[in-house]
Design a protein around this ligand. Structure first.
Ligand code: ATP
Length: 234
């Protein structure tokens, strides 16, 4: 459903992505792991139209994303949960979630969608009137994911959801990612926490300085000697 072929992306003289190819099939969790600066965020930003490609192709459900405006890409059913969450700190939890609704006019639809988000994240129901800036990092991650779900995406691109969270909270967030996949949402997960990312993914790619160096079933990569040495501290 999402296919990247021979993608090159540069920032001026810096080549951040150097000819990567990958695909994400419907209903999968695919993880893209790699160290700082490997090009993971750049790849996500190119998919969502925030950063232009130099060459290559990205197609999603038959649409050529490199020729599609960022705003239109959202309407194709693709949601992006950015690195650092970017919640609106001076707005309440509920107001943040409402920002993810397609149309603020359809009040009954918004009410239903809020209920759906609160079922995934009961903690957010309790805190619906709390200012988002006063939430813990994990709760802010839940708001960012909930906001994406308000648009009923078919695919979610998640950038470093584990960043800055305690191991317990990371587990909670990753359990929810698995639930989303089980409900039929396709997930492309970018992570530095390779162990967690490989443990929940169906397939994975390893990105090193802009190139894919390994790919395969996540369970195979989790046990691969090279991956264990480089990314799992084994
Ligand atoms: P991290 O986990 O640290 O976010 P990453 O794998 O997501 O790393 P990117 O953020 O995609 O990596 O960065 C890839 C390369 O592109 C890095 O060398 C980075 O310095 C460079 N880069 C990223 N954004 C820009 C930008 N706006 N201008 C110039 N160079 C950039």
């Amino acid at each position: 459903m999402l296919e990247i072929k021979d993608l090159h992306v540069s920032y001026g003289a810096i080549d951040a992505v150097k000819g990567i190819s990958l695909h994400v099939d419907e209903g999968e969790i695919v993880s893209l792991i790699g160290a700082n600066g490997a090009g993971k965020t750049t790849t996500l930003h190119t998919i969502t139209g925030l950063v232009p490609a130099k060459s290559g192709s990205i197609t999603y459900d038959g649409h050529d994303l490199l020729k599609t405006h960022a705003e239109k890409i959202i309407t194709l059913g693709m949601a992006h949960v950015p690195e650092g969450r970017h919640v609106f700190t001076r707005m309440t939890v509920q107001e943040n979630l409402e920002m993810g609704a397609f149309s603020l006019k359809d009040q009954s639809g918004i009410g239903r969608d809020l209920e759906m988000v609160f079922e995934y994240f009961p903690r957010l129901r309790e805190r619906r009137r709390q200012l988002a800036g006063t939430l813990s990092g994990g709760e802010q991650q839940m708001v960012a994911m909930g906001r994406a779900l308000m648009g009923h995406p078919k695919t979610i691109l998640m950038d470093e959801p584990s960043m800055g969270l305690s191991p317990l909270m990371v587990k909670e967030i990753f359990d929810i990612i698995v639930t989303l996949r089980d409900k039929g949402i396709t997930v492309l997960l970018v992570e530095q926490n390779a162990k967690m990312a490989l443990s929940i993914a169906d397939r994975a790619y390893v990105l090193e300085t802009g190139r894919i160096t390994m790919e395969g079933k996540a369970s195979d990569l989790l046990h691969d000697e090279q991956v264990r040495k480089a990314y799992l501290g084994a």
